[in-house]
Write a protein that binds this ligand. Sequence first.
Ligand code: KIV
Ligand code: NA
Length: 265
Amino acid sequence: YKKVTVKTLNDMKAHGEKISMLTAYDYTMATIVDGAGIDVILVGDSASNVMAGHKTTLPITLDQMIYHASSVVRGVNRALIVVDLPFGSYQSDPKEALRSAIRIMKESGAHSIKVEGGKEIKESIKRILNAGIPVMGHLGLTPQSIYKFGTFSVRAKEEQEAEKLKSDALLLQKAGCFALVLEKVPAKLAKEVADMLDIPVIGIGAGNGVDGQVLVLHDMIGMTKEFHPRFLRRYLNLYDDMTNAISQYVDDVKSVDFPSDKEQY
Ligand code: KIV
Ligand code: NA
């Protein structure tokens, strides 16, 4: 596939090709992730944690998401770019939700938006879709409502919550969402949802029975240290590698090993 579109993702599901997705929040990382062949780049509100050091995703603002998204857009040639609508920018009423989504599209140049929740935000999703903006859903563990649940534990283990999740998933598909993220739910339930829906289901901590996988980039390259969920596979240990490189640089400066004769004018 050349440029990835929402249509491409649908074709991938139809052909049984898994969808790869990672986060990025800035230009340089986005060039690397896109160049490596990722299908979807999420400008996640996890930037609130990863970039700004907040404990939750709640504090990040729409202006800050637009800054991250526009930086990512400048680094990407192929991937489909999805941007999270941040907490507080879409929950109060459908008109505000649409205004927020329009600002993201206009001011960043991204291709689509993502929102957390099902039935509660149905009218907002419809309004955004009516404006021609593709919407990705997000169910299961929804970090913007962390204070309602109080924990980051696995979601929808009980029958009642699983039924609600399934009906929300159907509702999101029916409303016109192009894909759905399922976060931290039992693999069996996630597979049921993926089998039930025509739109792609992209999992994080949701097993391998879904249509694709997403991880937070800084976690999978091991830049973050204090986060060890079972679903996280670390492909690099950049925290340690960078620490070693930087302390080597400090030593080289102190000992006047750097710069050498060749590294000066
Ligand atoms: O913000 C984020 O990084 C996300 C993914 C974990 C799906 O929403
Ligand atoms: Na998010």
